[in-house]
Structures are given as structure tokens and as C-alpha cells.
Design a protein around this ligand. Structure first.
Ligand code: GSH
Length: 201
């Protein structure tokens, strides 16, 4: 399998953590791409020019990260990271959507902050920050029920918290969110998380 990836993308990290947790990491060849440059090779398989995007061994093209992670979860024989049915499945999918939404807002905020100072919108930056904060409060509520086993929802949450530490280290997401803080202190030490720490600028 080939994965278009950027070493700083939290959505790519989510796919890689899933690959490690399912024992599939060695089967994935990484194809570096900067999606913001709109590279032709990436656009040829994902017209949205976003990473992650996967080419399977059968030549099937898959995006975005929820689709790729579900695909990988179907390739192994261990405990499912996305329960196949029942109430638990919907809870995992909702947690994934919540953490993906936090990431969407955090990435938008990051990209806006990279524009020339005079062209940034303070209102837009503030709106994204508020969205991230509300999402984290919801995750804090959910984290009170989480245990040491990861699933696709909590993997996404871990990658979202890792991204905030990476890009917004000066802001203390842990303040007032003890359940999330304690849970993340454990999950960040999993081999899958340690092997995928974001690198670079
Ligand atoms: N919903 C997508 C989001 C992927 C995404 O936003 N990736 C960013 C990198 S972190 C990207 O490629 N952005 C390029 C662009 O928006 O042009 C997923 O879950 O894979």
C-alpha cells in the first residue's frame, strides 16, 4: 500500500497510528507530499489535494482518514478498532467525528496564523479557537469513560491532542480537563503514538 503523507499532518498520523495498532505499518510505503502545494501526483488520486490518501495493493484509491482507517481495520484479525455493529460503533464514530472536527478547526487556525499579519482575520482565528475549546470540553466529558484500550475514536482524540501540543504548545488545553490529561499521559506512551510523533516545521 502507498500512503501520501506529510510528517506534520495529524490526519496522516491518525492513519499511521491505526496502521501500527493493527500490525500493518510495515506494509505501507510513504509517499511524501505537501498538499498545500497542490502536487500533481496527489491531485491525480485525490482531487481535493489533501493528505492522507491511500493506494491499496489492489489499486483502489481511498481518502479521507476515516475511510482509510476503516479499510485498514478490515485487514487484520485482532480486536476491531471500529466495532462492526451496535451502540459502541456509533459512539466510536461520533468520538472520531468530534476529534476530527477539533482538528479541522485547529488546522484552519494554524493556516490562518501563517498568513501575513495584516491579512489575518482575528474574528476567524477566535471562532476556530472557540470551536476547539468546545470540542475539548466535550472530549473531557467522554474521557471520564475511557480506559486503556484504544479505538478509532480515541486514536483520533490522541492525535488531536498531540497536534495541539505540537502547534499550540503555548496554550494549555490540559487546564480544567483532568480526565483528558490523565488519559493522554498514558496513551501518548503507546508504541504507535511514540513511533508517529510529528516532525519538522
Ligand atoms: N477530512 C480529512 C482532512 C484532511 C486534511 O485536512 N489534511 C490537510 C493536512 S493536515 C490537507 O491535506 N490540507 C490541504 C488543503 O486543505 O489544501 C481527513 O480526515 O483526512
Amino acid at each position: 500500500m502507498q500512503l501520501f503523507h506529510s510528517p506534520t499532518s495529524p490526519f496522516v498520523r491518525k492513519v499511521l497510528v491505526t496502521a501500527h495498532e493493527t500490525g500493518l505499518a510495515a506494509r505501507i510505503e510513504l509517499l511524501p507530499a505537501n498538499p498545500w502545494d497542490q502536487p500533481a501526483a496527489l491531485i491525480a488520486i485525490n482531487p481535493l489535494s489533501k493528505v492522507p490518501a491511500l493506494i491499496t495493493d489492489d489499486g483502489i484509491i481511498l481518502y479521507d482518514s476515516p475511510v482509510i482507517c476503516e479499510y485498514l481495520d478490515g485487514l487484520h484479525t485482532g480486536r476491531r478498532l471500529l466495532p462492526p455493529q451496535g451502540q459502541q460503533r456509533w459512539q466510536v464514530l461520533r468520538t472520531q467525528a468530534l476529534a476530527d472536527g477539533i482538528l479541522d478547526a485547529a488546522v484552519l487556525r494554524r493556516m490562518e496564523s501563517l498568513r501575513p499579519a495584516g491579512r489575518q482575520s482575528p474574528d476567524w482565528l477566535a471562532l476556530q479557537a472557540v470551536t476547539v475549546g468546545r470540542g475539548l470540553d466535550a472530549l473531557e466529558h467522554e474521557a471520564r469513560q475511557w480506559n486503556a484500550d484504544v479505538d478509532l475514536g480515541t486514536i483520533t482524540a490522541a492525535c488531536a491532542l498531540g497536534y495541539l501540543d505540537f502547534r499550540f504548545a503555548e496554550e494549555d488545553w490540559r487546564a480544567g480537563r483532568d480526565a483528558l490529561r490523565h488519559w493522554y499521559d498514558v496513551v501518548r506512551q503507546r508504541p504507535s503514538m511514540m513511533a508517529t510523533v510529528p516532525q519538522g516545521g
